[in-house]
Design a protein around this ligand. Structure first.
Ligand SMILES: [Zn+2]
Length: 179
């Protein structure tokens, strides 16, 4: 099945009242805030949004988002492909006060009539993005070789712990002045 584009704006309460499920794609080039946080994206963002009313009559949406993003490996500084996925339960509220009264399983979605669905998707991806990204050890440093140098440095430091210790230098200087 080929997914079409996800609607950019939706009326969350109308869709929830009708128990609509939307499945679609978001063009990653339209997500400016996300693009600023990553190197790039591999393919579109896939979204499944189930709108329904819960037992207490809330208008809710269960949203699954997934994407493949390219981020910088913090160890070797080359790019790495990172899957990002999240599932979130959002409940439509009118005010911040109502948002504060939601059960903890819900994230508030402050909305009058229409919501910017793409922005909600972008928020979820930004939240799901890991703060630190690393290659698995086998691939790390394959492009730049930075990792190999780092490992050697650690080995030397372990062999001669005094060499990397700034206090040992101070101690040596102090010893010189005393003698
Ligand atoms: Zn790496």
């Amino acid at each position: 099945m080929t997914l079409g584009a996800l609607p950019q704006t939706v009326e969350v309460r109308t869709l929830a009242a009708r128990a609509v499920t939307l499945a679609g794609l978001v063009d990653p080039s339209r997500l400016g805030r996300l693009n600023a946080a990553i190197i790039g994206m591999q393919g579109p963002v896939e979204v499944i949004a189930e709108f329904y009313r819960d037992e207490e009559g809330r208008y809710v949406v269960s949203m699954q988002v997934s994407a493949q993003v390219l981020v910088t490996c913090q160890r070797c500084l080359s790019s790495l492909e990172q899957p990002v996925a999240s599932t979130t339960l959002l409940a439509a509220v009118w005010t911040d006060e109502q948002a504060g009264q939601l059960p903890p399983r819900y994230e508030p979605l402050v909305a009058d009539a229409e919501i910017e669905l793409w922005e909600v998707v972008e928020d979820e991806l930004l939240l799901a993005l890991p703060s630190f990204n690393y290659h698995s050890d086998m691939n790390c440093g394959a492009e730049t070789g930075v990792q190999a140098v780092g490992e050697q440095g650690e080995t030397i430091a372990q062999g001669n712990p005094e060499q990397d210790n700034p206090f040992s230098v101070l101690k040596a200087l102090k010893g010189d002045t005393d003698s």
